[in-house]
Design a protein around this ligand. Structure first.
Ligand code: ADP
Length: 468
């Protein structure tokens, strides 16, 4: 059976461990108690026997029952019951006159007899004399190294058996009670310790994609559960940021697509409202084509970004003459710069061959150059240059344009981000140019950095590894 609740599992484990511990401790206590009771019994029997041996050595003709009782009482510390005394001659025959008649006869084993003949005492436990087993000590009475008699003293093990039974009864009562109490305590402790987990589970259930700003409670204790709550909250913060970015991206993309589509629809509706001359139709269709181009451009940009984000941007890698790529871009954009009365210069172009996709590299460079032209007023200057060290190629695009406020510089590589100044300056532009350029640089193992002073101009520096 598999128990799902950690609380129950902990309690079961805890109770099982405690049961085993209590059984081991109880068993050890029982063994210790047994040993010490037997030891006490043997040493008391020994003392009684020695007292009686001394008395025999002083030639006592007989032993009065009261004397024997007294000896037992003296060493057993209480009024003993079922005690035995027996005198035997050196051959082991029972001396009826000097034995205690009230209790039964003690047997003499051959081992005890042999020991006694050698002057040694023997302890034995025998059954069958009464309700309980009897502990017997056989001790020789010596005179001038000769055995003159044997004394046998015995004591019923009733008191020891009863003590054992009492101990077992107490254990049988206390153990289950202790276990029930400990299990309840364990359950309460586990319940208390796991309460924060329940709260976290409830909070995590409430948090959905729409409520990612909510957080689970942190206790601030710094323990494992508090760390778990902190980690969950950090994960939620990252998820929240990622979801917001996706939502913003979708909203911006829809908005950017909606504008040209609305214009396109309007133009077509107007054209269809009444009969037009072929020239008018042509003008409408040309304007519509422009909007379609804009939409296609936007969709193509979005697709490129989505592929780059998913890591599946197709790259036609080959050896590329980077200087030649830059010159081609320069030549293509020169007329645009001229039309804005901007001086477009081709700076130092060091001959350099790298591994890359020439079309993507052109796209990246023209995006940067296009921006530099867009955000420089008439009379401005834009320079395109290529430098390198042993490992890296650096494409540098600098302009004397508007520049970018420092607090906005960290946002400009995000898709659809445009500074308000840019919006008012250049109507064309989707806010995707820099994100696309950055994605292409990243796909080549490189990166784009910007240095800009608001009002003075900007320098974009693309670093691309020469061999990637
Ligand atoms: P856009 O289509 O608006 O040019 P980009 O992604 O190419 O989109 O650029 C994002 C924003 O970065 C621009 O809107 C503009 O605010 C800023 N920016 C980019 N290049 C320049 C530059 N050379 N000078 C000033 N601002 C720039």
């Amino acid at each position: 059976m598999f128990v799902k609740s950690i609380r129950t599992r902990l309690t079961i484990w805890y109770t099982c461990l405690l049961t085993v511990t209590l059984l081991i401790v109880g068993g050890a206590a029982f063994a210790l108690l047994s040993y010490s009771l037997s030891h006490e019994m043997d040493s008391a029997l020994d003392s009684v026997a020695k007292t009686l041996v001394e008395r025999d050595q002083s030639r006592a003709t007989t032993f009065l029952p009261s004397e024997i009782d007294q000896a037992f009482r003296r060493f057993f510390g209480f009024s003993p019951w079922d005690h035995y005394f027996q005198m035997r001659d050196p051959s082991g025959n029972r001396d009826e006159h000097r034995s205690l008649p009230s209790t039964g006869k003690l047997p003499l084993s051959s081992k005890a007899l042999n020991n006694a003949m050698r002057g040694l005492s023997s302890f034995e436990t025998v059954e069958g004399l009464g309700e309980y087993p009897v502990r017997i000590l056989t001790m020789p009475v010596m005179e001038s190294n000769r055995v003159i008699n044997m004394i046998q003293v015995g004591m019923s093990l009733k008191s020891i058996d009863e003590t054992h039974l009492r101990f077992l009864l107490i254990m049988a009562g206390v153990l289950p009670l202790g276990l029930v109490l400990a299990a309840s305590g364990g359950w309460l402790l586990a319940d208390r310790a796991l309460k924060p987990v329940d709260r976290m589970t409830a909070a995590a259930r409430r948090i959905s994609a729409e409520h990612l700003s909510q957080r689970v409670d942190e206790t601030g204790t710094g323990d494992e559960l508090d760390n778990l709550a902190k980690t969950l909250n950090q994960m939620l913060t990252r998820l929240d940021a990622a979801f917001s970015q996706i939502r913003r991206f979708s909203a911006d993309a829809s908005h950017e697509l909606q504008t040209p589509l609305t214009i396109l629809k309007g133009e077509l509706e107007v054209a269809l409202r009444s009969t037009r001359t072929p020239e008018e139709y042509r003008a409408t269709m040309e304007s519509a084509l422009e909007e379609v181009d804009r939409i296609a451009h936007l969709v193509e940009g979005l697709l490129l970004l989505a592929r780059a984000e998913a890591g599946v941007l197709r790259m036609d890698r080959q050896e590329v003459d980077l200087g030649q790529v830059l010159e081609e871009v320069y030549l293509r954009l020169k007329p645009l710069a001229d039309s804005h009365r901007i001086e477009l210069r081709l700076g130092t172009i060091e001959p350099l061959r790298i591994q890359g996709d020439p079309e993507r590299l052109q796209r990246m460079t023209s995006n940067l150059l296009d921006n530099a032209i867009k955000y420089s007023g008439a009379g401005g200057r834009v320079t395109l240059g290529l430098q390198h060290d042993s490992n890296w190629a650096f494409i540098i695009v600098s302009d004397t344009g508007t520049g970018i406020p420092i607090e906005e510089q960290k946002h400009i590589f995000q898709a659809f981000y445009r500074t308000s100044e840019a919006r008012s300056m250049a109507e064309w532009g989707t806010g995707l140019g820099l994100s696309i350029a950055q994605s292409i640089a990243a796909a080549h193992g490189g990166n784009i950095e910007v240095e800009s002073i608001h009002g003075q101009g900007s320098t974009f520096r693309v670093s691309i590894p020469i061999v990637s």
